[in-house]
Design a protein around this ligand. Structure first.
Ligand code: FES
Ligand code: FES
Length: 178
């Protein structure tokens, strides 16, 4: 499967691993709502929300893992639902509110982010913004999740460091408000 991060880029943009997206000509303007703020971005219609966030809005907490919808490192909330930002074109966002890890951390320092800190969850940390975004969505719909609920909701979020047991404990801690 070809991911949106690998789509055929218009000639007016190019992407480099270190330089990010570079605008080479006039682009359509999209107004999207990110972390409660209206933001205007010049972008090709098919540009993934991930790169809009990272390269155009400097919200680099959302991570690029696979680019093909397989790892969930890029998870953000769109209309409150956990969403792969690497697979959502900016033209499809519309008026749906987008929340990134930066917005969530500002809103939910307690108890979710605090539980992550208490359980010392991260190892390398790369997958953790996506993990926290998925955990927040789980707790919003299931305030007291069972182990099975957690495993079902979190299993698509891959962690190469194997922090799964600490993630489970942190979600239980956040659910208990301790
Ligand atoms: S970077 Fe989006 S799912 Fe892996
Ligand atoms: S903490 Fe390293 S990939 Fe998850």
């Amino acid at each position: 499967m070809q991911g949106l991060c690998n789509f055929a880029r218009p000639a007016v943009w190019r992407c480099g691993a270190r330089r990010g997206w570079r605008k080479l000509a006039a682009m359509p303007v999209y107004e999207i709502n990110v972390n409660g703020q209206p933001r205007q971005v010049d972008a090709p219609a098919e540009m993934p929300l991930l790169w809009v966030l990272r390269d155009l809005l400097s919200l680099t907490g959302t991570k690029y893992g696979c680019g093909i919808g397989q790892c969930r490192a890029c998870t953000v909330h769109v209309n409150g639902a956990p969403t792969f930002s690497c697979q959502l074109a900016v033209s499809s966002v519309g008026s749906s509110p987008v929340v990134t890890i930066e917005g969530l951390a500002a809103e939910q320092k307690e108890p979710l982010v605090a539980a992550w800190e208490e359980e010392d969850v991260p190892q390398c940390g790369y997958c953790q913004p996506g993990q926290i975004m998925s955990a927040a969505a789980l707790l919003a719909r299931t305030p007291r999740p069972t182990d099975a609920d957690i495993d079902t909701a979190m299993s698509p979020n891959l962690c190469r460091c194997g922090t799964y047991n600490r993630i489970r404990r942190a979600i239980h801690r956040a659910a208990e408000g301790v």
